[in-house]
Design a protein around this ligand. Structure first.
Ligand SMILES: [Zn+2]
Length: 477
């Protein structure tokens, strides 16, 4: 027959609880009486078969040194089972009351399972509590500690108080978990963007998480992981796209991503450069055959077997600066200085060329002849530009310089349709990326130290590349 612990309320049984030892009641009359008093069972005397388990000694082991605290057992609950049941039902009522204010029932369930342990589990917990305390983290520590103190060594009053404290702790734990969830939702990262489909186009301009993942896959090997792990690689991409899409100030981005303004600006420039280098394949001039093949019927009738390239120029205005070097880029001294970009568009609506920035005072013709787009054409090809629907033919170069002469098909209705087409592509891109609207800080028009491309050149190029990622901007028959 198994041997039980003689302490009231303790269900420890010999051989059933690992690490718990069983002691005989001492024979020395003085010490024996001290033990019997400590065990505190009314009208009870131990026999030679009586055993007391080690769970009732401070440090979990008996000592024979009369000066040691564990010379006499001291950890007891002294609670009769009927009284304990009464206390527990009281605690349960309170618990139910507090639970109605909580959302996450499952977590409470877990907590309850841990919390309703009887004396036996309390004794067991004592033995494993060290181990548990080591693995528990944060609030878990408190939880583990609570388990080890739970029922043992308590008087009735203490039992109630501790239960109330536990209840409060449980409420606070719930609140803490809830706040953790809220913080998680506020943190702009991959999970939040993935689980909130409406956020994706708003913050990035991309249509689907797949598109964003593609961009991430392409650039992530080049993004450096910061030693401080302030921002993940994904967050660096997100910050950069948010700047392009919403033209947020760096201070704003700094608050949103909980980094310094300088970090936000540095992350933007570094990621922008990687995007510029890695997404260049998205802006390509198609092969001649391909270009001819995809010319709409309208254009084929108009241009026959000549390639028609469609171009448009747009200007970005910069903040005014007193510095002389920027005065050169002013298209109009009275207003803001501007920079001009030339964009080439295929008849299908794909952006196939993006020039570097030119001073706003440079004419469209000069920009067209000098930006490099003519290198893609052969003599006889036609260039249609949006401004005034001008149409020009490329002539064989005489002195090594390509030359454009005015063509005679300026006023055809097909050209009018082309014009709408161009407006759509550039208008769409500028509407989508707020950074291409409004007035930009003048420092974006310079080459930032450590880079070899002007920031604004990269910005326009990437906005165009990302616009090409979303198909069907313009639908032509
Ligand atoms: Zn015991």
């Amino acid at each position: 027959m198994g041997m039980f612990c003689c302490a009231s309320g303790c269900n420890n049984r010999y051989g059933k609880v690992p690490g718990v030892s069983f002691y005989r009641i001492p024979t020395n009359p003085v010490r024996r009486q001290q033990w019997v008093s400590a065990i505190k069972r009314e009208g009870w005397q131990p026999t030679r078969h009586t055993r007391l388990c080690s769970a009732h000694f401070v440090s979990g082991v008996k000592s024979d040194n009369p000066l040691a605290p564990n010379y006499i057992p001291s950890i007891f609950s002294y609670i009769s089972n009927s009284h304990k049941r009464k206390l527990e039902s009281r605690v349960d009522t309170d618990k139910q009351h507090s639970e109605t204010t909580k959302k996450k029932g499952a977590r409470i369930g877990n907590y309850r399972n841990c919390n309703t342990g009887n004396d036996a589990s309390a004794c067991k917990d004592r033995d494993s509590s060290n181990e548990k305390t080591n693995t528990a983290k944060g609030l878990g520590d408190l939880h583990a500690t609570k388990k080890s103190v739970n029922v043992s060594c308590l008087t009735d009053e203490n039992y109630v108080t501790i239960q109330q404290v536990m209840m409060k702790l449980r409420t606070l734990q719930e609140r803490c978990r809830h706040l953790e969830d809220v913080i998680q939702d506020l943190k702009l990262d991959e999970n939040v963007i993935r689980s909130n489909p409406e956020m994706l186009p708003f913050y990035t301009g991309l249509a689907s998480f797949d598109e964003l993942s593609k961009v991430y896959e392409i650039i992530s090997p080049c993004i450096t992981e910061s030693s401080t792990f302030l921002l993940s690689k994904f967050q660096k991409l997100l910050l950069t796209l948010m700047k392009l899409k919403l033209n947020l100030k760096f201070q704003d981005l700094a608050y949103r991503f909980r980094v310094s303004k300088t970090t936000a600006a540095n992350v933007f420039h570094a990621t922008l450069y990687i995007l510029y280098m890695r997404l260049s394949f998205l802006i390509v001039w198609p092969e001649r055959e391909e270009l001819l093949k995809m010319m709409p019927i309208d254009f084929q009738e108009l241009f026959k077997d000549r390639v028609a390239a469609v171009t448009d120029c747009f200007e970005l205005s910069l903040e005014r600066s007193s510095r002389k070097e920027y005065a050169q880029s002013c298209s109009n001294e009275e207003n803001h200085p501007t920079l001009k970009f030339l964009i080439g568009i295929t008849p299908q609506g794909t952006i196939s060329f993006v020039s570097k920035a030119w001073g706003g005072q440079v004419s469209d013709e000069m920009c067209t002849e000098s930006c490099g787009i003519l290198n893609n054409l052969l003599p006889g090809d036609v260039l249609v530009s949006n401004r005034g629907i001008r149409c020009a033919e490329l002539k064989a170069s005489v002195d090594g310089k390509p030359q454009l002469v005015r063509a005679s098909i300026d006023s055809s209705p097909q050209l009018f349709r082309l014009r709408m087409h161009m407006k759509n592509v550039i208008g769409h891109m500028r509407k989508k990326y707020a950074i291409l609207q409004g007035t930009l800080p003048i420092n974006l028009s310079t080459v930032k130290q450590g880079y070899n491309v002007r920031t604004l050149d990269m910005i326009v190029f990437i906005c165009a590349a990302l616009t090409n990622m979303t198909p069907g901007v313009v639908k032509l028959e």
